[in-house]
Structure formats: structure tokens, C-alpha cells
Ligand binder design. Sequence first.
Ligand SMILES: *Cc1c(COP(=O)(O)O)cnc(C)c1O
Length: 447
Amino acid sequence: MNRETSRDLYDRALSVLPGGVNSSVRATQPYPTFVRRGDGAHVVDVDGNRYLDYVMGYGPLLLGHDLPQQVQSAVQRAASEGPMYGAPTEVEVDLAEFVVRHVPSVEMVRFVNSGTEATVSAVRLARGHTGRNKLVVMQGGYHGAQESTLVEGDAEHPRPSTSGIPQSFARETLPVPFNDEAAVREVFERHGDDIAGVLVEPMLGNNGIVLPVDGYHDTLRDLCDEYGSLLIFDEVITGFRVGGLQCAQGKFGVTPDLTTFGKIVGGGFPVGAIGGRAEILEAFTPSGDVFQSGTFSGHPVTMAAGLETLRFAADEDVYDHVDALGERLRSGLVDVLADHAPEYTVVGTDSTFKVVFTRANTPAQDGACSTGCAQRPDCARFEACPKTGADVGNAETERWERLFRPFMREQGVLLPANQFETQFVSYAHTEADIEETLDAYEAFFTG
Ligand SMILES: *Cc1c(COP(=O)(O)O)cnc(C)c1O
């Protein structure tokens, strides 16, 4: 496969962009694939190579790379009328009403410009509302590039996970292992009166894919109620994908106090949002005293793209299509692994999937969840399938990144940079694409 133009562009980029990219995950080895354009479920790179795409912009592209006519028209109309104003527009109200109508825990929404900005603002809101400082997060959870959550270690010994963050900030964050009820109970017993909130992804979506064990979120809900803390669901990646329009909170039957959104809700344009009960949301300025503001927030082009994308998803068979293909893909992968790599684990739900390269002491696939690990306690692999971020970190991440991903790219299948990032099926994918993908996985395992 000729990738010379990508290599030359990366050479230029290294002189003017730190690491040659604008988001660190894009710096794949030995150099990134520079994309010229999207085409349905495919992307075409600058050298003319065509790939079946499961990156899907790292999550926003529910419909694939071709926007339906009504989304395209709305975007072009908004852009041509003048890109933005610094004054409110009707479409912000329309999109907020849509979100409020479909996500039961949400009565009000504040739109921002990225998932990171959403979690930053949600954490400030939780602290302002409760008058407390401490924040519980999950080890291996991801909430964007922000000071309160780029923290590792455990609740008694938290430390910044990157340089540039003061240890004094990290002290306010309490990391716990996902799916471990005893651990979070203990943290609440020790620090409960100082905890402003628990910030949690409904499923770990940036660290393999780890689904919650039965009852875990109910425990978080109960602890937050008991101690007067807020339960904050970070649905930036799951929102309007897992569980369809009701989001993962609807699928899992949990009612958070606050929810952060991003990715799909902007229809492919930069977006974030904080939603929740009116009584809490009104603590934001100007109605309350928790400062929140943004020049581009509620950008008309983004709002138009988000609204028309979600309307399209509501009116057409989008979720039926992507969820059915996701299930077909995951069950096909379970079969491939049973024959060729029984120690590995298929994970994911709805239109998300991944094969986690779990290590050799894992039991064989017999009796495994047939459409990807669902954390079923009666499954033969229950004890061995990933429950925490650390379980995914302990997998064969180097083999995935250095051998598997480049192999798939050579087969014409483009996957995210590493073992940790979720893969997405879009509305543009077809059954034939799924079969082609299964063949490519099989080819890797049969060497
Ligand atoms: C992507 C993501 C973020 C960060 O969103 P950005 O738009 O990249 O800032 C936050 N939380 C979760 C769960 C995400 O998947």
C-alpha cells in the first residue's frame, strides 16, 4: 500500500504541530494516515487508499461520513446565514427541547464546545451546588483533558497522571476501581461529607469497553443520595449511541443528577453539553453564581447539525440498523476467537465493539456471552473478563497496537490508534462490510 503522501505530510506537520498532530491519539506509528475525504462507511486517504472505517471520528459520526440531505441542508443554511452571532438563536432552543424530551433525567441543558468543556463545567457546577470539593472518578475512566480528572493512583494516594497539574489539585480527586462496590463504599465512609460528586462513564468507553456489573450504578446512586453528593454520568461517548435516544442511563435504568454530552449531539461539529435537573442547572450564571460562559457555545452550525442528526435518528431505523450490525459483528468475533484466540475477549454493546487481547490464563470461549461480554455472573468467563480499567491495561496492548492495527490497515480496515479506544459501527455500514471485517480479523488470527 502506497502511503507516501501521508508520510510527507507528517514530515511537514512535525515542524509546525507538536508531535505532528492536534490530538495526541492521532499520532499513530510510524506515521498517521492523513485523510482526504469520507465516503459512507469508508475514508479515502491522501494517497487514494480506501479503508472501511471504524474510528468514525472517535464517536461523533453515528450516520457515517455522508450526512443525509436534511442534515447537509441545515448545516449549509446555518453557515451561509453568517456563522455565529453572540446572540441566542432558535435552533439552540430546539436542540435543548429535543434532549429534554428524550433523556428523562434532563430538564435543562447548557451547550458548550467539547466534551472536555462539558466535564469541566459539570464538575464546577457540582462543587458550586454542594459547596464541597472532592470528586470520585473511576481508574481508567476518561473525561477529556481536564485538571480534576487527569488523576491516577487510588483514593488515599491520588497523583496527577500528566505533568502540568499541581499535586494540590489531584488531592481533591478520589480514583476508585470501576465495578468495585466495596471500594467506593469505603471511600464514601471516609470522605462522604466532602464529596461533591461521582463522575462516571456508564460504561468505560475509552479503556477497552467495560460494561457495569449488575447493580454497580445503583450502588453509586444510593451512596450519592445517602451522602448528599451528585451522581454525574459522563455520556459524551455513550450519549445517543448506547440505548439510542434515551442514552445509556435509560438502557441501564439509572437516573443521574447531571449528565455530560458531546460527540453525537453536535452531528460531527465541535460540541459538549451539561444536562440535569433545573434546580441544579440554574446554579450556572446568569441564573446562579457558578460562572460558565463561551464565545462559541450553542454555535448555530453545530446546533443545526446536531438537531437534524438526532431527528433523522428518531425518524429512521438508525439504531435498529447499527445495533443489529454491532451484534452480528460481535457474535462473529466470538466465533473467530473460539477457533483461533480463545484467551481474547469480545466486548461492546449496541453499535460499539472491540476485541480485548486478554492474556493466556483466560478460560476458553465455551459458554461466553455470545454477543460480547455483558458481565453475566453465570458466564463461564465472568471472573476473567475485564471489570476495571487495570484489567484492560494488563492486556496485550503492544501486540494490538504494533501488529494487529497495522495488519488491519493493510487489509483496508481502519481502526482507532490503540487497544483502549472504542470502535463504532455507523448507519452507513452494511452487512457486506461486517463480513469483510470478520474475514480481516480471521486473517490476522490465522496468520
Ligand atoms: C471523548 C470524551 C470526552 C472528551 O470530549 P472532547 O470533545 O474530546 O473534549 C469526555 N468524556 C468521554 C466519556 C469521552 O468519550
